[in-house]
Design a protein around this ligand. Structure first.
Ligand code: FES
Ligand SMILES: [Fe+2]
Length: 408
């Protein structure tokens, strides 16, 4: 992790220099995004096809699959997905559809088992997806057990995150899509975290919602009553292909500057929002126990999924702590979780729904991303590039050639 560690240090030094000089890096120009790009049904379908059914999606977390034979089954954008830790400790992902007549083999949920038995006619599969049992096989007829297992999906476990690709014919090498960003994410320490809670919130069009996660400009305005009154509204965007870290050139950088680099904590070095294109944001908070004591760092990982129409989405918020939560601190963690649900639902997404209705009125042909909103500009540029790219090989060429782009 030497290179990624150097990048964290370099980013912190750069941020300190900006704060001292009272400067912030800016994009070249203002960018305009057509309002239609948020509304048009065909455009939305091509985004699903070219982004969500191609890029690795965060399915879950390593801490959910610690035990051998652990599994979780859920639907991801209409695809029933089963992820399981197999006998050889590798993580495997499958389309949760029975080879007999297509029933859903494993009900929605999680657990530990060595056999998945279809509820329709009891065909069974092991954790590597192999078909291992056919009821009344001698009467059913000849079936090649080796060729009729569960359909495998590409899966990747990195940085404590479990990524799944929804295209079973896509490249099994999901790491290529991460452009080296996974090494940066390792520094968050998610693999050693404790999952403390999960909740979902309905939102507007997925890009309207996602714009908000890249946007610090709104923090002291929209969130002034809840948490943002004193927050910095400037942002520095560092990119690994389409994946971006957003950090604020705020007074914490000056505090960091008062200690030698050897004492800079990993918490300070990894501050800000870490987004994973096209649908995840990782934010961190400090949570303390009674009298402000105990506790530590808590992450909110937001997984944003387009809904069934262009103007809907669903976000799953997962909370992870870097410390084992005690009974004393749990109520404080739960209060923080409730607070964050309320902020996102009543402030971010409530605004997003109104914005969406505004765009639907047809009053504006385009929206703007300022020079201070380089992250939103980059996000939309990547979406544009990818919806115009038909084949997976062309997309892989794009991500393979993407380099680390610090915002200087
Ligand atoms: S559909 Fe699964 S056993 Fe028949
Ligand atoms: Fe917000």
């Amino acid at each position: 992790m030497a290179v990624s560690n150097d990048r964290l240090l370099e980013a912190a030094r750069r941020t300190i220099a900006h704060v001292k000089a009272d400067t912030v890096p800016l994009a070249e120009t203002i960018a305009k995004v057509p309002a239609e790009h948020y509304l048009d049904h065909d455009r939305w379908l091509s985004e699903l096809r070219s982004l969500f059914h191609r890029f690795p999606l965060v399915f879950g977390f390593s801490c959910e699959f610690v035990e051998r034979f652990s599994y979780r089954s859920t639907e991801v954008m209409g695809v029933p997905v089963l992820v399981s830790r197999a006998a050889d400790d590798t993580l495997r992902a499958f389309v949760n559809v029975c080879s007999h007549r297509g029933a859903r083999v494993v009900a929605e949920g999680a657990g530990t088992t060595r056999r998945f038995t279809c509820p329709y006619h009891a065909w069974s599969y092991d954790n590597s997806g192999q078909l291992v049992g056919i009821l009344d096989h001698d009467q059913f007829g000849e079936v090649d057990m080796d060729c009729n297992g569960l359909t495998e999906l590409p899966v990747l476990e990195r940085a404590g995150l479990v990524f799944v690709g929804l295209n079973h014919e896509g490249t099994p090498d999901l790491e290529r899509y991460l452009c080296g960003y996974e090494e940066m994410l390792e520094h968050l320490g998610l693999a050693d975290c404790y999952l403390t809670g999960q909740q979902t919130v309905d939102g507007p069009n997925w890009k309207i919602a996602y714009d908000g996660y890249l946007d610090f400009y709104h923090l002291p305005i929209l969130h002034r009553e809840s948490f943002g009154a004193d927050l910095c509204n400037k942002a520095i965007y560092d990119a690994w292909g389409p994946h971006q870290r957003v950090s604020a050139p705020d007074s914490s950088a000056l505090r960091l500057d008062q200690s030698p680099e050897s004492q800079w904590s990993i918490g300070a070095l990894t501050s800000g929002i870490w987004t994973i294109f096209p649908h995840v944001s990782i934010a961190s908070f400090h949570v303390a126990g009674p009298n402000g004591e105990g506790g530590g760092r808590m992450y909110m990982v937001s997984q944003l999924f387009p809904g069934e129409t262009p103007d809907t989405s669903t976000t799953t918020q997962t909370f992870l702590t870097t410390f084992e939560p005690t009974e004393e601190i749990r109520p404080f963690i739960e209060a923080q979780q409730r607070f964050l649900l309320k902020v996102v639902r009543d402030e971010d997404y409530a605004t997003g729904f109104l914005l969406q209705r505004g765009l639907k009125s047809g009053a504006k042909d385009f929206v703007m991303f300022g020079r201070n909103e380089a992250g939103g500009q980059r996000f939309h540029a990547w979406v544009d590039r990818l919806v115009d790219t038909e084949s997976e090989s062309e997309v892989l060429a794009l991500v393979d050639e993407a380099t680390y782009e610090p915002q200087i």
